[in-house]
Design a protein around this ligand. Structure first.
Ligand SMILES: Nc1ncnc2c1ncn2[C@@H]1O[C@H](COP(=O)(O)OP(=O)(O)O)[C@@H](O)[C@H]1O
Ligand SMILES: [Mg+2]
Length: 381
């Protein structure tokens, strides 16, 4: 049975039971209220008119009972009518709310995420409508992300594929030597390979399924290794690299992943800093976390881009970044890895002055066996 008729019927049943109960109670309880008065009246009146005491008493009792029942019966249509109307009105209101929720959840189930339910009132049904709306919003964002992701992947693959076709055609027409073509093809295949590996890592990071090998690490060693790795690239571009990272307490993290994060930040800083600029890597222990900041004196990021650079495939300057080799998911991966290790990442930037990317990692003493979220770094986006 539908919700509305069931609710109405149950309300009617309650009304019927209440009326029955009222008559039964009047029948059972009322005599005990008036019996004493009837007795006293009968005593007084028997003296006056001379009829027998018992007869008058039962006569009076019967009269009172009939009067009471008549009064109850007379009030029944009005009281019953009001009760019926109220029951119908309330059942209809509740029935309508439930029907709206039913339609809303059905729309969600069918993938229509744009529908929003009215959130009138302050009861549990309004809470439920609100929660359904929140759910619809979340699902619609997920759906939008899915569509964007497919579009982005197709877009990212198009460029290397077009290049490969170009080289194949050029070789066929004898415009480039097989040697040069092989070299160029290997480069494009390398870019595609990187993209596919990045994508696979992004999906694992976003699903929270990265395999971490957490161990006790000396951050100074990691940063020194990083400095070695980047020395020639910085020298070739003419950008100075300064590192401040000595006497640091041990951290609890995955060495390869920390290096991946640092490599990403440093590669970005180098890419966006012109010759003559500086990049500074600073690591300090703050209470229970290590805070690492990579600061550059490069192009900086405009505020409207800064809020979005951690999104996958987002590039502040698409044409330039693509040519110079980034797939636009580096920061998404970096932040995901840092969060998986129990830290947080943030960015600040001044357009034309430079940017600072900072992240935290838990110190060894904090979590030798478990990963817990650490406080945010001092700068935040
Ligand atoms: N240090 C930086 N200075 C200026 N812009 C940056 C810096 N780091 C990142 N960005 C911007 O953020 C975007 C996203 O970075 P990232 O996710 O690493 O992707 P990619 O490096 O592949 O372009 C970059 O395309 C760039 O526009
Ligand atoms: Mg990058």
């Amino acid at each position: 049975m539908r919700f509305f008729p069931r609710l109405l019927l149950s309300n009617l049943l309650v009304i019927l039971l209440a009326v029955g109960g009222m008559f039964a109670a009047a029948e059972l309880l009322a005599p005990s209220f008036y019996r004493e008065h009837v007795d006293r009246m009968a005593v007084t009146m028997t003296g006056m008119v001379g009829s027998t005491h018992r007869e008058l008493r039962s006569d009076l009792e019967a009269g009172l009972r009939t009067t009471l029942n008549r009064a109850l019966l007379a009030s029944l249509p009005l009281a019953g009518g009001v009760a019926l109307l109220t029951a119908w009105w309330m059942s209809r209101g509740l029935g309508r709310s439930v029907q709206r929720l039913d339609e809303g959840s059905r729309a969600l189930a069918q993938g229509r995420y744009a529908l929003r339910l009215p959130e009138t009132g302050k009861d549990e049904l309004a809470d439920l409508a609100h929660n359904l709306n929140v759910l619809a919003g979340a699902l619609s964002r997920v759906e939008q992300g899915r569509v964007e992701l497919i579009g982005n992947v197709a877009h990212e693959l198009r460029a290397p594929l077009a290049a490969l076709r170009g080289y194949a055609d050029a070789m066929e027409d004898g415009l480039i030597t097989p040697d040069r073509a092989a070299h160029a093809i290997a480069r494009e295949v390398g870019a595609m390979d990187r993209l596919v590996r990045d994508l696979s890592l992004v999906s694992r990071v976003e699903a929270g399924r990265v395999d971490l090998h957490l161990e006790t690490l000396n951050p100074s060693d990691l940063i020194r290794a990083l400095q070695e790795r980047f020395r020639t690239s910085f020298e070739e571009k003419g950008v100075a690299l300064h590192v401040t990272a000595s006497q640091l307490p041990a951290i609890h993290a995955d060495e390869e992943r920390v290096m991946q994060v640092l490599t990403n930040l440093l590669a970005n800083a180098l890419r966006h800093t012109p010759a003559g600029g500086q990049v500074r890597v600073r690591a300090e222990a703050h209470e229970r976390v290590l805070n690492v900041a990579v600061q550059d004196t490069g192009t900086g990021i405009a505020p409207e881009h800064l809020t979005r650079i951690f999104e996958r495939f987002y590039r502040a300057d698409p044409a330039r970044s693509r040519i110079e080799g980034g797939s636009g998911v580096g920061l998404t991966i970096a932040r995901g890895l840092v969060e998986a290790m129990g830290g947080q990442m943030a960015a600040t930037s001044d357009l034309d002055r430079g940017s600072t990317f900072s992240f935290t990692l838990p110190l060894y003493t904090l979590a030798p066996h478990s990963v817990t979220p650490a406080p945010a770094p001092p700068q935040s986006a």
